[in-house]
Design a protein around this ligand. Sequence first.
Ligand code: PMP
Ligand code: GLN
Length: 386
Amino acid sequence: MAHAPNPVFSKLPTTIFTTMSALAAQHSAVNLGQGFPDEDGPVSIRQVAAKALADGPNQYPPMRGLPQLRQAICAHAKRFYGIEFDPDANVVVTSGGTEALTASIMALAAQGGEVLLIEPAYDSYAPIAEAVGARVKTVKLSPPDWRLDAEAIAAAITPDTRVLMLNSPLNPTGRAFTRDELQGVSRVLARSNAVAVCDEVYEHLIFDRREHIPLITLPGMAERVVRVGSAGKMFSLTGWKVGWVTGPKALIDVIAKAHQFITFTTPPALQLGVAYALEQEMDFTLNLTKSLQANRDLLAQRLSHIGFEILPCEGSYFLTVGIRSLTNEGDRAFCERLVREAGVALIPLSVFFSNGTPDHLVRFAFCKKQGVLEQALRRLERFFRV
Ligand code: PMP
Ligand code: GLN
């Protein structure tokens, strides 16, 4: 008889994002669940990639990524954060942020070691850590301010902690951690045996003139931190799945070894498109942030009027709101009812917590055209009789 498949994966449900998108399609709902823009990024970027696809070559590019893209990633890090990276030593191009995270966790965590997650946590971290045999531990942030508490992290770190996963701006709550909070983390990290994998895929999607602060730029962190980026989020091309990891050579060398057996490479035409985008189209990203901020404000104002409790949102594609004044049901039941009865798809926040609580919060994706947000709002206003 054949062995049972790996329980880490066989026991997992399909991701909530896929589940809610399927329900949205089934019920012709406005999909404010899964986070993807409904308008593609600049046509100029797509044309560069299309030409590269037609002209070729279309064979395996270098394992760590095309030199043009690695250079552009380093120039971007220098321009925005003053970080000096060497394209040959400090960068691996990956197939999306997802692969960057997987390669990083596989390379830096290990059998018997611990991986520390800050909850709410993006859903890909824990299964990959468990699949490599690491024990997953969690520190929970609390609404409404979701403040990062260095003491709580210090209390959860043990000599066996190998990796701290840190996501800022944070999906799903939109928190962008302050310098003060990050300094607390850096002090804890410096006293530990751990490194940090910083998921910074929303680095530019940050509002109200806040500054994105990569943990790697803080004193003592250059050798201890890797940074994950994604062209999908920067240029509204989420289907392209072009991402990268940057960081110290000693860590990047091992991450590259994991990457060589996950995907080995990423489509060359898309890499050239993204190299062009990082060099020529950053204005698109900076303007996207402005329109996202306006979308956040529109949603916050109208949802508040309906009776949702608005939590602060400092960045990302997402606004989190409380549902207690509208219903006593759990967030998941509420979302499943809303998609069927109101025709609006959302994401319940409890899925981002290992113990399933809090369960009175839901996430709205606002990376949508204003007309689409308006349509969702009108449906909700009608449903809740506002
Ligand atoms: N991390 C976070 C926090 C995300 O929200 C996403 C987006 N799905 C990813 C990583 C994955 O990025 P990509 O789509 O580039 O794989
Ligand atoms: N990161 C996206 C979100 O949070 C979804 C990506 C996916 O579906 N895996 O909505």
